[in-house]
Design a protein around this ligand. Structure first.
Ligand code: CMC
Length: 428
């Protein structure tokens, strides 16, 4: 049993702060009274040492490469579960009974259609708009259509809006793709699974029957599971911060999508595949590894490194296995996969990457699979957003249900000019 208090000696005073323990993971020092007691703030840009909330959803041990959702290891969920079951688990805390899973799947399926007027929003975008630009706009716009589920103090409203978001995201993402390639939008088919329906809305056309390939359906469902939640990452923290002001859930998830778009976060899957194509052949790998190590070159190995994982990202392990399965089932091969395998091996044997504990992350192999399935690179991050919506809404619900929840309001270390008097323009 360790100490229950941490002591801070500063400016001649001694202050004690309670040490709190969770079920797993590092203890935290509760510094909520720090400012009141000392007049000082903590300073932690990038939040590398700051726990911003309590959460019972997801646990990561970055040193050991462990990822648990509600206690269940990601490898077990990816192998035995389905995306709908993981969504239920994250939202409700427990694996559902067979009946509860059927009910949940039925409910999600019944919310897959979009308000018809939302179609017109798409016409406002250029045909070459990035799907993430459309996702931000269309998801934010949902708040203008579903007024009957935006009273965030009502748990039933929160539940309905969460279900709507999870259900409509595949429709919105598939429509973004169809709009880009000039094909008619496909309406959802509720006889299909969540993932099968998404595949049909993306790759099917109204003129023909679409047959869902079960191996592709399973692989994509697994990719959705791998992306469903990842504790307090940048986009989830964005959703929580937006939600802490009382904003409606559709607006909060639109904020999360905007944050996810960046290449350091969800945009890395697109950037990783572009990088693998640019490398092109195994012979050019050493040149790119040298660039990644060069401090004067901003280039980084995309799909490598992680703020939390200082070991192999457990999602990357599943991802690598899934690439092989999809390639076998579709009878395809892609030289880019060979480049990825060799790049990984060379990097993992290079002192720079070993010392900095840089390992492949979830995005390193996901692009290779998504591209084999037929998705263009621009859709990769949209698929990440689709899957992460489950985590976002679960985290948002957890936050709003907490009676101690307050608006998120970080402080700062001000480095601008001290107070000075205004100088009229003719005197400057
Ligand atoms: N290639 C080369 N060097 C790297 C890389 C990389 N991919 N990642 C980190 N480093 C170096 C970095 O230069 C720094 O070196 P030094 O200590 O000498 O200055 C050191 O490793 C620590 O990096 P950091 O940027 O301080 O670490 P961070 O925790 O702030 O950043 C990261 C984490 C994921 C943004 C970063 O590793 C990165 O940019 N990776 C490439 C983008 C990527 O794959 N992102 C996907 C993350 S997983 C999916 C998701 O959560 O969205």
């Amino acid at each position: 049993m360790g100490d229950t208090n941490a002591t801070l000696n500063a400016k001649g005073d001694t202050n004690n702060f309670e040490i709190k323990s969770g079920t797993l993971g590092p203890d935290v020092v509760d510094i909520r009274k720090l400012y009141a007691n000392t007049g000082m703030f903590t300073y932690d840009p990038g939040f590398t040492s700051t726990a911003s909330c309590d959460s019972a959803l997801t646990y990561i041990d970055g040193e050991e490469g462990v990822l648990l959702h509600r206690g269940y290891p990601i490898g077990q969920l990816a192998e035995h579960s389905s995306f709908m079951e993981v969504a239920h688990l994250l939202l409700n805390g427990e694996l559902p009974s067979a009946d509860a899973l059927d009910d949940f799947t039925y409910t999600i399926t019944r919310h897959t259609m979009l308000h018809d007027q939302l179609r017109q929003f798409y016409q406002g975008f250029r045909r070459d708009a990035h799907p993430m630009a459309i996702m931000c706009g269309a998801v934010g716009a949902l708040s203008a259509f579903y007024h009957d589920s935006t009273d965030i103090s009502d748990p039933e409203h929160r539940k309905i809006s969460s279900h709507r978001l999870i259900a409509k995201m595949p429709t919105i993402a598939a429509m973004a793709y169809k709009y880009a390639i000039g094909q008619p939008f496909m309406q959802p088919d509720n006889s299909l699974s969540y993932t099968g329906n998404f595949l049909r809305m993306t790759f099917g056309v109204p003129a023909e029957e679409y047959e869902v390939n079960p191996v592709v359906e399973r692989a994509l469902d697994r990719i959705f599971i791998l992306h469903a939640d990842h504790e307090q990452n940048a986009s989830t923290s964005t959703v929580r911060l937006a939600g802490s002001s009382g904003a409606n859930p559709f607006a909060c998830i639109a904020a999360g999508i905007a944050c996810l778009w960046g290449p350091a976060h969800g945009g890395a899957n697109e950037a990783a595949l572009n990088m693998l194509h640019e490398i092109g052949t195994p012979g050019k790998i050493p040149e790119y590894i040298a660039r990644a190590k060069n401090k004067d070159d901003p280039f980084r190995l995309m799909g490598f490194g992680h703020r939390v994982y200082k070991n192999y990202d457990p999602r990357a392990t599943v991802m690598q296995k899934t690439v092989r399965e999809v390639f076998e089932a579709l009878n395809v091969s892609d030289p880019v996969f060979e480049v990825a395998l060799q790049l990984e091996e060379m990097a993992l044997n290079d002192d720079y990457f070993v010392e900095k504990k840089l390992f492949p992350n979830v995005d390193f192999y996901s692009g290779v699979i998504l591209s084999a399935i037929g998705f263009p690179t621009t859709m990769f991050t949209a698929l990440f957003a689709l899957a992460r919506t489950v985590g976002w809404v679960a985290q948002w619900n957890e936050m709003i249900s907490d009676p101690a929840q307050r608006i998120g309001r970080p402080r700062q270390l001000y480095t601008g000019p001290a107070q000075r008097d205004y100088v009229p323009v003719d005197k400057r």
